[in-house]
Write a protein that binds this ligand. Structure first.
Ligand code: NAI
Length: 444
């Protein structure tokens, strides 16, 4: 079966870049990305300098293929109907209420788009799980499709995304592997082959791995858990280094040079952030409990606990370094994104550290080269609300915050600097620019 039209539901950090690359590499396929957020669609169709997602190289690709065979649309119904293959790349955040709150993945967006697919499909479809989902979600998707659309046949594939923000385009061009899980039936295998045919336009066949659906769904959660576990491992050792006179960067280098271990994901930090690691490990923990594997659940949960410990430890280091009191002290927060080369600030350690310092009475000057002022204000407001601050208190706390558009003006008259995102701009700039060498710079 040759795919001529793809529809992707969800125009976010995954849907936007992955579909741009598919459109670039498969000029014979029309790719339409739809989203219920019409502002986002407008922005994808607008100026290349202001796309909703910042990724190095993305704007150039969108510039090349947009209106050629890549389209962004808010018309979900028609584009579902038109496509032979539909990707679901909607968000799957941690549940905030109901059973499993604080741990399980909230599948309401997946459920909503599944219902849309059932409602608007007038022909058979291949439905591809691109979002990260708990193992066995495909079963539930199938149940909904079968019960709400009796005339068409649906094949469900799992094709989790392994791109990392900041290097998304590079990762999509040269994926370590593309994983495709499908039913072991003849029609399931035909659907798998249709997706293999898409990826094989640029990914060598030996890097396209086909498995059963459940292995594919679980592999994504497991990969993220293992990557985050390495970060928590090195961060936990950074605490021991500080007590013993060992130096964490030296330790990280020494460990990473062992080819059995490898050097990736062993860099010490204030903690991992981003929309995925924490939610995916909590989801994995929840699943283990669900299947009665409480020891396994606890093992993985500890990765998140160490991450929280590291963020708290870093904040305390700033407070201790400033004599135990930060009230009325001016601290410059350098970096808001959860890592360099992205404008994404979801679960960024900067948010956590800032909230604690604000509530301790510090005055904060924030600068990030890519995260917009509006986003920083929203993040701060959200965390203060989550921690139970009243709107009067939030208004008062906001008087302690200034947000800057450039690095130079942000660093005036500070009592301390805290580097929260490892943008090159900061490491190149650090000591030379801060004229007063007695001002402490906090960084892990
Ligand atoms: P996102 O929040 O950037 O984008 C999701 C989009 O889906 C939003 O624009 C939202 O408006 C839209 N949406 C939600 N429900 C909808 C519906 N019923 N109909 C139409 N549009 C709808 O999320 P992101 O970061 O792209 O993540 C998507 C999935 O991919 C998640 O499951 C995530 O865990 C996974 N993932 C994310 C990676 C990342 O680096 N951000 C990497 C790999 C996987």
């Amino acid at each position: 079966m040759q795919i001529k039209n793809i529809c992707c539901i969800g125009a976010g950090y995954v849907g936007g870049p992955t579909m741009a690359v598919i459109a670039l590499k498969c000029p014979h396929v029309n790719v339409t990305v739809v989203d219920s957020n019409s502002d986002k669609i407008k922005a994808w169709n607008g100026s290349l300098n202001n796309l909703p997602v910042y990724e190095p190289g993305l704007a150039e690709i969108v510039g090349k293929v947009r209106h050629r065979n890549l389209f962004f649309s808010k018309n979900i119904a028609d584009n579902i109907d038109k496509a032979e293959m539909i990707f679901m790349a909607v968000n799957t955040p941690t549940k905030t209420k109901g059973e499993g709150a604080g741990m399980a993945a909230d599948l309401k967006y997946i459920e909503l788009c599944t219902r849309d697919i059932a409602k608007y499909s007038k022909t058979d479809k291949i439905v591809v799980e691109k979002s990260t989902l708990p193992v066995r979600t495909a079963e539930k998707i199938k149940e909904i499709l079968i019960s709400e659309n009796k005339t068409n046949h649906f094949e469900i594939l799992s094709n989790p995304e392994f791109l990392a923000e900041g290097t998304a385009i590079q990762d999509l061009f040269k994926s370590d592997r593309v994983l495709i899980g499908g039913d072991q039936t003849p029609s399931g295998q035909k659907a798998v082959q249709a997706l293999v045919d898409i990826y094989s336009n640029w990914i060598p066949l030996n890097r396209i791995l086909t498995t059963n659906v459940w292995s594919s769904e679980l592999s994504k959660l497991a990969s993220n858990a293992i990557l985050a576990q390495r970060i928590s491992s090195i961060n936990s050792l950074s605490a021991l280094c500080e007590k013993t006179g060992a130096e964490i960067h030296e330790l990280s280098r020494a460990i990473g040079m062992d080819t059995r271990i490898g050097s990736e994901f062993l860099r010490p930090s204030v903690g991992f952030g981003g929309s995925c690691f924490q939610k995916d490990i909590l989801n994995l923990t929840y699943l283990c409990h669900h299947y009665g594997l409480h020891e396994v659940a606890e093992y993985w949960h500890q990765v998140v606990k160490i991450n929280d410990y590291q963020k708290a430890r870093f904040t305390q280091k700033i407070i201790d370094g400033l004599g135990g009191i930060v009230k009325n002290k001016k601290i410059t927060i350098l970096g808001w994104a959860f890592k360099a080369n992205t404008n994404d600030s979801r679960e960024s350690p900067a948010i956590y550290v800032t909230e604690k310092l604000l509530n301790a009475g510090a005055f904060l000057q924030v600068y990030d080269p890519m995260v917009k002022k509006k986003r920083i204000i929203e993040d701060l407001k959200n965390i203060l609300e989550t921690k139970g601050s009243s709107s009067e208190r939030i208004n008062l706390l906001f008087k302690q915050v200034s947000i800057f558009n450039d690095l130079k003006s942000s660093i005036d008259q500070s009592d301390a600097f805290a580097i929260l995102t490892n943008w090159d701009e900061f490491s190149n700039y650090k000591r030379e620019t801060i004229k007063d060498k007695t001002i402490p710079v906090f960084q892990i």
